[in-house]
Design a protein around this ligand. Sequence first.
Ligand SMILES: [Zn+2]
Length: 92
Amino acid sequence: MTERSAIEAGSSEGRDARCGAKLRGGGLCSRPPAAGKRRCRRHGGIPGFGARAGNRNALKHGAFTGQALAERRRIAAFIRECRQTMEGMESG
Ligand SMILES: [Zn+2]
């Protein structure tokens, strides 16, 4: 029921409108990509195939998750601020 609207919403993405997979003959696939995918259904664009969004199968230690990176950025900014404050104290 909601599948039709989802397909239409996915097709409105401003991507290349071609699948572009290499064909055995040497050309490129010119079929339109599947909804929300970069490849057509024949070339891996089957909806629901592959890992689900948010899957953590490849997560080893969490050191590169967006959360960890954001935290590290925040700490680095804080250290920078501390250094600047100390430099100001030394010169002044
Ligand atoms: Zn294709």
